[in-house]
Write a new protein. Structure first.
Length: 331
């Protein structure tokens, strides 16, 4: 019997109403404007593994992150946590405490008026994991040491820490509810490059020791290569390529994935030809017909401009691209 994924998304979409107020629309005879932030996305994350979603800003990565932990429901489709609909998980505290989130900005996600001991202890109290001030204080100290801080740091306020240390506090808070699944929404993008590697190494170590499952959100392919088991590349709300991370890094199929990889600095100085990502991301309110990437794609033809591509299986990789389906991607 196949293993039930820790998290599974089946055809999820998310629409936002960005229309002007009703009376203004009536007077101006304007229709409603709907922004499709996520469009028919499907993926599964097995226990103890990491799925990374990458793409340019505004492609829907953070929207999926928020849907994955129940902060917002999908407009269509369904998300399941260990086989249970996420709506059930939200209703049952025993399931809800097993998922948590590490936010992007450690400066904004910590309450500046609380001491670190209270920030980390909040999930423990909210889910009634421990009772008694001494037991909670002891657990908070353990969590701080686990993320590379000192137990005494619990007496400090967030402003007394550097950015990397604040993100360690955020990780300790996320671990306080004893979760099995963590959504990491660009946890290193607000940090100095020298600190990013430390946080990534900490997260990998915690995953191995605690058996955690990660959904990792990033726009930086160089970062996710070191933490990912599987990779999903997003463009304008759709996952255009998905499969084992190393397979995609070694043999990218979708033209957008290739252009993203070409944007990574060439530290080995191999001198290979590189093509920068040209053009701009279209408006998600009025996306282009057909394949939404066709205005920027060097392989686009008339079919790409008229027909949205279905997924093509190439080994273990799924690609939504007419050029791949027709064997034109090597052109």
């Amino acid at each position: 019997m196949p293993e039930v994924p820790t998290l599974e998304a089946q055809g999820i979409s998310r629409l936002f109403d960005v229309s002007r107020p009703w009376l203004q629309r009536v007077l101006s005879h304007e229709p409603r404007l709907l922004l499709r932030a996520v469009d028919d996305a499907s993926f599964a994350i097995t226990r103890g593994s990491t799925l990374s979603l990458v793409g340019e800003s505004g492609c829907g990565k953070s929207t999926i992150a928020r849907m994955a932990v129940g902060l917002m429901p999908p407009s269509d489709g369904e998300i399941r946590f260990e086989g249970n609909p996420l709506s059930t998980a939200r209703a049952q505290p025993a399931l809800r405490r097993r998922m948590n989130m590490i936010f992007q900005d450690p400066y904004a996600s910590l309450n500046p008026r609380w001491r670190v001991r209270d920030i980390v202890a909040e999930p423990i109290r909210a889910f009634s994991i421990l009772s008694g001030g001494q037991a909670i204080a002891g657990r908070v100290g353990e969590l701080l040491v686990q993320v590379g801080l000192a137990a005494a740091d619990g007496e400090k306020y967030p402003h007394e820490f550097s950015g990397g240390q604040r993100q360690r506090v955020s990780i300790a808070r996320a671990l306080a509810s004893e979760p099995d699944f963590l959504v990491c929404d660009e946890p290193t993008s607000a940090l100095d490059v020298s600190v990013q590697a430390q946080i990534l190494n900490l997260m990998r170590d915690l995953q191995q020791r605690l058996g955690l499952t990660y959904l990792f959100i990033s726009h930086n392919l160089a970062v996710v290569r070191h933490v990912s088991d599987r990779l999903g590349v997003m463009y304008l709300g759709r996952i255009v390529e998905q499969g084992p991370a190393e397979t995609i890094f070694h043999t990218p199929r979708h033209p957008y994935t290739r252009l993203l990889l070409d944007a990574i600095p060439d530290l080995e100085m191999v001198g290979r030809s590189r093509t920068p990502v040209g053009g701009e991301v279209p408006s998600p309110i009025d996306p282009p017909p057909g394949c939404t990437f066709h205005p920027r794609c060097p392989l686009a033809n008339a079919r790409c401009r008229a027909e949205q591509p279905a997924y093509t299986e190439v080994g273990e990789v799924q690609v939504a691209c007419h050029a791949v389906a027709e064997g034109r991607e090597t052109a």
